[in-house]
Design a protein around this ligand. Structure first.
Ligand SMILES: *Cc1c(COP(=O)(O)O)cnc(C)c1O
Length: 368
């Protein structure tokens, strides 16, 4: 079976993780934590980076550190992984959904203002499947209404918006290092920001709310959201290889594009003129009326040929916790038509050729 995602673990990863274990610094203090945070901040072009135990709690920590909670509202794209919305819900704030843009598949800046009320405190653009959201108009709206911008960059390490790395564009950026992400620590996450106050508050909260100057003095109810030194060792080794990992993903995506561009009913992944797509998951749309097999049919037929794939996320407004009888037509269409094909940097050129050949056959067969 060709998997949808698979981490690339090399010799450096084994060396650093072994060193971390042997050192005895197996918990959340150690040199790899410091070096991973500092290197990641430098990579994103920001002053501060703070590691966490996963991406979801990084989002939660960012929201709480910005003072967001009960009676507040936060704007979130309808089409995202549910963790974006859940992190808002954990704070007691209300999730307000906004439709996607048909071009870049991320939140549609033209539809944000209608969703803003006197209670809105923040916007969370998500850089979906490795492609940046259109940040300039989002930041313009945020300035106009005095809102925070928290970038959910969990799927887009190294992706660029107008030559700037995502995560460092808004007030706070959040990353995930889950096993299928661009780089991994097994489970893990990171907050990046230039705001000293926010990072200090987040650091206090993630460590049981303990006063950094006064041991065992807790002035608030905090959390244990810490990453371990072993995870950071894995992350640092991955970060040292990130450029080649991204270039490999982009090369495989270009190959996919080349082979799939001439098929009726297939829309290739976006790359706006202002974006560098890091192709987290190679994603296409299937127009059933032209391709003749629908998205779910294609997934089943690929599976029978030893190729795993995934449907796009459901639009949040169709899921029980966020059910809304409003229509989000673009998110709905992307969710119905979208499929993620195998995207691991471990794939060979021949794997991609086989996958594309199989898609050609399925399309041709269906038309006969
Ligand atoms: C993966 C992901 C998260 C959550 O990250 P975890 O590390 O799995 O908690 C949040 N937002 C988006 C868009 C994601 O893809």
């Amino acid at each position: 079976m060709i998997p949808v995602a698979e981490p690339s673990i090399g010799r450096k990863e084994l060396k650093y993780v072994t060193d971390a274990v042997k050192s005895g610094w197996v918990s959340s203090i150690g040199k790899y934590i410091d070096e991973f945070e500092q290197s990641f901040a430098r990579y994103c072009g920001v002053k501060y980076a703070l590691s966490t135990s996963n991406g979801t709690v990084a989002l939660h920590l960012a929201l709480v550190s910005l003072g967001i909670g009960k009676n507040d509202e936060v704007v979130v794209p309808a089409l995202t992984f549910i963790a974006t919305a859940n992190a808002v819900t954990y704070t007691g704030a209300k999730v307000v959904l906004v439709d996607s843009h048909p071009g870049c598949w991320c939140i549609d800046p033209g539809k944000i203002e209608k969703a803003i009320t006197s209670r809105t405190k923040a916007i969370i653009p998500v850089h979906l499947y490795g492609h940046s959201a259109d940040m300039d108009p989002i930041i313009k709206i945020a300035k106009k209404y005095n809102l925070y911008v928290i970038e959910d960059a969990a799927e887009a390490h190294g992706a660029e918006y107008k030559k700037k790395k995502v995560g460092g564009i808004g007030d706070v950026g959040v990353f995930s290092f889950y096993g299928n992400k661009i780089i991994t620590t097994g489970e893990g996450g990171m907050i990046v920001t230039n705001n000293k106050k926010v990072v200090e508050k987040a650091n206090m909260l993630k460590n049981h709310g303990m006063d950094p100057q006064k041991k065992y003095w807790h002035s608030v109810v905090g959390y244990n959201y810490r990453m371990t030194n072993i995870q950071a060792a894995l992350g640092l080794a991955q970060l040292k290889r990130i450029n080649s990992l991204i270039e490999r993903r982009r090369k495989l995506a270009m190959l996919y594009n080349l082979y799939l561009s001439d098929i009726d009913g297939i829309t290739l992944p976006p790359e706006e003129s202002w974006a560098k797509n890091v192709c987290w998951l190679y994603s296409i749309l299937i127009d059933e009326s032209k391709f003749k097999v629908d998205r779910n049919g294609l997934i089943a037929k690929l599976f029978a040929k030893g190729i795993d794939s995934r449907p796009f996320f459901y639009s949040m407004h169709t899921l029980p916790p966020y059910k809304k009888n409003i229509c989000f037509p673009v998110a709905q269409r992307l969710s119905n038509e979208g499929i993620n094909l195998p995207s691991s940097p471990n794939l060979s050129i021949r794997d991609v050729e086989y996958i594309c050949h199989t898609i050609h056959q399925i399309g041709n067969h269906a038309r006969e």
